[in-house]
Design a protein around this ligand. Structure first.
Ligand code: RP5
Length: 169
């Protein structure tokens, strides 16, 4: 059986600099993924064909990122019952509010788990996809828990440094 993987879709190559953050989290957690530039509006037939094919090949979670009238996550969700995580991107004059509403306001029965606008959301999409895969992968679950513990220790160490500095000012 092939290992379950994450499919990361983005509407344009102009989205790639932000979506590199998603790739980085998935790589850090050793989550297999593939990525596609494909658009709900400019390449609807290719988007549909890719989603259907990826699901048959073992895609367990889809991540879809788009800006402006961001319909990519919803278009992906319409073609699969696998979880879909939507990343709204700040690509225009409305600073991502357009993409946020387009991504989050899905009709009953076709959910999209929408994360924050931009880079913070791109990172959290990676974390959330990993957490979904970790339901069936004990080693990934352990890596996630270790990453959380490391992050806690990092914050505690920074706070200790701050307290030391303030005490010596
Ligand atoms: C969306 O339109 C894309 O996801 C991108 O965020 C935005 C602008 O795309 P380009 O005109 O830069 O290709 O579909």
């Amino acid at each position: 059986m092939t290992k379950p993987f994450v499919a990361v879709l983005m509407g344009s190559d102009s989205d790639l600099p932000v979506i590199e953050s998603t790739f980085a989290i998935l790589r850090q957690l050793e989550v297999p993924f593939e990525a596609q530039i494909t658009s709900a509006h400019r390449t609807p037939a290719e988007t549909k064909a890719y989603v259907q094919d990826a699901e048959t090949r073992g895609c367990a979670v889809f991540i879809a990122a788009a800006g402006l009238a961001a319909h990519l996550a919803g278009a992906v969700a319409s073609q699969t019952c696998r979880p879909v995580i939507g990343i709204p991107l700040d690509a225009g004059s409305l600073q991502g509010m357009d993409a946020l509403l387009s991504t989050v306001q899905m009709p009953d029965g076709i959910p999209v788990a929408t994360v924050a606008v931009g880079k913070a959301g791109a990172k959290n999409a990676g974390w959330l996809a990993a957490q979904i895969l970790a339901l069936q992968d004990a080693a990934l679950d352990a890596r996630l828990r270790q990453a959380r513990a490391d992050e806690s220790q990092s914050v505690i160490a920074k706070n200790r440094q701050l307290q030391d500095r303030l005490a010596n000012d």
